[in-house]
Design a binder for this molecule. Structure first.
Ligand code: FAD
Length: 293
């Protein structure tokens, strides 16, 4: 398929919709993911992205899958890459492989500390911050680079101001666009974007949305990533008597969120799909039916 950088897609001025997937560990998981992608492809997403695992065998799968999605399935795709456990030269060789495979877009991340550890420890000859990975990419490669932003502050950052200064550094080093961590209250996104703009950062900030489909799971995720679930939403979710009702509450909330985000000027929505199609598809279709997309 044609080479397309996400910044060019964003530059068209139409809302960008992207779907995030993770590389499955098992053959059954892979079948399920391919089914999910087949279900979502007719929605014509602007791009999809494939996360990079904390370690182990799924890491190579990120490169393979992103290549398959772009060249065989025919959807523009971005590869996530993290600094965890890699020296600079290993990162360079992964980037060279992505380049060789014709991948145009990379989401450059630091990665989380391993389970049980509070602090991130850089690999030998590796990087401490995503900004260094961004700088490497800019120095040696020609990828369009996305970076992560945190409307409710990154969990390790002491203050929102410091976190914003570090986001600015990522953009100054070559970040072309920002994708946010998931959030449930749009006020957090709009306040964040306004602070980002006041700091002089002008690149697009795509809103990260995770449709709630499981209450315990979303409580776990938000605990880890520092996002808050608004009390009224949590109460509704906890009061739901069936899984189907939880899913409907999640879909309604995300549809309302996406509508107000796009109407309020967000350049796009990045759906954290967890490799499932049902909720994301339903939200997308409701947005389209309402003329928001
Ligand atoms: P950084 O930008 O390096 O920031 C990490 C922390 O360091 C922040 O607190 C920041 O304020 C601070 N900091 C940055 N620079 C400096 C400095 N110069 N001095 C002092 N402090 C500094 N994780 C994965 O493992 N795989 C994935 O595929 C993945 N995809 C993601 C996609 C998105 C859209 C998002 C939002 C997150 C993703 N993550 C992924 C999670 C991410 O790796 C974690 O949130 C991680 O803890 C931080 O990554 P970062 O790139 O934001 O790091």
């Amino acid at each position: 398929m044609a080479r397309m950088k996400i910044k060019e897609i964003l530059g068209r001025g139409r809302p960008v919709v992207s779907f995030e997937f993770f590389p499955p560990k098992t053959p059954e998981g892979l079948d399920a993911l391919l089914q999910t992608i087949a279900t979502l492809k007719p929605l014509a997403p602007s791009f999809v992205s494939m996360t990079y695992g904390a370690g182990g065998s799924t890491r190579a799968k990120t490169v393979e899958l992103v290549s398959k999605i772009k060249h065989e399935i025919g959807i523009e795709a971005a590869a996530h890459l993290t600094c965890v456990g890699h020296s600079e030269s290993e990162l360079e060789s992964i980037l060279s492989e992505l380049e060789r495979r014709g991948i145009e877009n990379v989401l450059a991340l630091r990665g989380d500390p391993p389970k049980g550890e509070k602090q991130f420890t850089p690999a030998a000859d590796g990087f401490r911050y995503a900004s260094e990975l961004v700088a490497l990419i800019r120095r040696r490669f020609n990828f369009c680079v996305g970076v992560a932003g945190y409307p409710e502050k990154h969990v390790e950052a002491r203050t929102a101001e410091e976190d914003l200064a570090h986001l600015k550094e990522k953009v100054q080093n070559g970040g072309d666009f920002v994708v946010t961590q998931l959030f449930f209250d749009n006020a957090d996104y709009f306040k964040f974007v306004s602070r980002v703009r006041s700091s002089g950062v002008t690149v697009p900030v795509i809103a990260g949305i995770m449709p709630v489909t499981d209450v315990e799971q979303i409580k776990r995720f938000t605990l880890m990533c520092g996002a808050k679930i608004p009390p009224a939403l949590l109460e509704k979710l906890e009061g739901a008597s069936t899984k189907e009702r939880v899913m409907e509450i999640g879909i309604e909330h995300a549809t309302r969120q996406c509508t107000a985000l796009l109407q309020g000027g967000a350049p796009g929505i990045h759906f954290y799909t967890l490799n499932k199609s049902q909720a994301t598809r339903e939200i997308f279709l409701r947005l389209r039916a309402a003329g928001v997309l």
